[in-house]
Write a protein that binds this ligand. Structure first.
Ligand code: 1BN
Ligand code: ZN
Length: 332
């Protein structure tokens, strides 16, 4: 199942990145938020004039068999709505997996005011230190929808969380240029059946507000949100709230990797966790497959998700990260 997705730092990429990083270090911070859309091709810097300093080049491998195990384990905990013991178990599983991969962890606990009263929630953050402190955040919600039937969220909740854990393992020893933050969000799902008003995305709203208060959100240069990426018939459209250059970078990587049939050029619109980042001025993208008949049904189960879909998305995100870094490093 494992497949080599590419090198974080090939000699050429590394040299180009170092050149761009040097230029970017003298540029004003936060300059990329809200800047004009640019294609990934335009963002690619020229080849370096001088060879890069020797660094460890780590091959990054997304192993969908490991991700599949993560997905199965989450499903084995049963329905996992915010505030339940099953979600607390899921959180402990995520923390244990991050620690086992040598990734620094934090819990961000808060109490959300929901239509059902106060609910204790917690985001989980894993940090992979990069050569510079500015962060690229990779995110997924890990809660599942409260439902009047047994909803286990194999796709909606477990698939993106599994992919994020495996991306963490792949990136843990890669010495990335930007710090990579793995953000496992609580409370994405509405407590009421309908998604309306502020009854949704509790975890991302808390993360953004806390970062604004502490002055740390300015260090988040991009957010890549994964959601419902495990469907057997995976089909991912460009999402219209998402920042165009980030969408371009991911879709270009998908096309290069031969996954243009999965990452298609049609548009869809979804209010998801990424919207809270976009509204706060952080470039953000939602990689989401909304086109599945099992969404919020009892059929969102192991029979309707596949390891192959996890592999495609894992490979594409790993392949897109260098272009995202290049764009950020050359932003003025
Ligand atoms: C994603 C997964 N979402 C809910 N579960 C967000 C969403 C909101 C999807 C509204 C469709 C409509
Ligand atoms: Zn959902």
């Amino acid at each position: 199942m494992a497949r080599r997705a590419g090198h974080w730092t090939s000699a050429a990429t590394r040299g180009a990145l170092l050149t761009a990083v040097a230029a970017a270090l003298s540029a004003p911070q936060g300059a990329c938020a809200g800047s004009a859309p640019q294609t990934a091709a335009q963002a690619r810097p020229a080849a370096p004039a001088t060879p890069a300093a020797p660094q460890r080049a780590t091959a990054m491998t997304f192993d969908a068999a490991r991700a599949w195990t993560d997905l199965q384990r989450q499903v084995s905990f049963g329905p996992r709505p915010a505030g339940t013991p099953a979600l607390a178990k899921t959180r402990q599983y995520i923390l244990a997996q991050l620690k086992a991969a040598g990734i620094r962890t934090q819990e961000q606990s808060f109490t959300a005011a929901t239509p059902a009263g106060p609910v204790a929630m917690a985001n989980v953050i894993g940090t992979i230190a990069g050569r510079r402190p500015e962060r690229i955040v990779l995110a997924s919600h890990y809660d599942t929808k409260r439902a009047p039937f047994r909803f286990i969220g194999a796709n909606d909740g477990a698939s993106s969380t599994a992919a994020l854990l495996e991306l963490g393992r792949a990136l843990a020893t890669s010495q990335p240029a930007f710090t990579i933050e793995l953000l496992f969000l609580d409370g994405e799902e509405a407590v009421n059946w309908e998604w309306a008003g502020s009854d949704n995305t509790y975890g991302s709203r808390h993360y953004v507000q806390a970062g604004q208060k502490a002055g740390t959100l300015a260090g988040v240069k991009a957010l890549v949100l994964l959601d419902m990426i495990g469907d057997r018939d995976l089909l991912i459209r460009r999402e219209s709230y998402s920042t165009p250059w980030l969408v371009d970078a991911i879709w270009a990587a998908a096309a290069r990797a031969g996954h243009g049939g999965t990452f298609i050029n049609e548009l869809t619109t979804v209010e998801d966790d990424h919207v809270n980042f976009v509204r706060a001025g952080v470039p953000a993208v939602d990689v989401i497959d909304l086109d599945n008949p099992t969404w919020h049904t009892a059929q969102d189960d192991l029979d309707h998700v596949s390891a192959k879909s996890l592999q495609i998305v894992g490979d594409v995100i790993l392949a897109a990260l260098p272009a995202i870094e290049q764009r950020l490093a050359s932003a003025r």
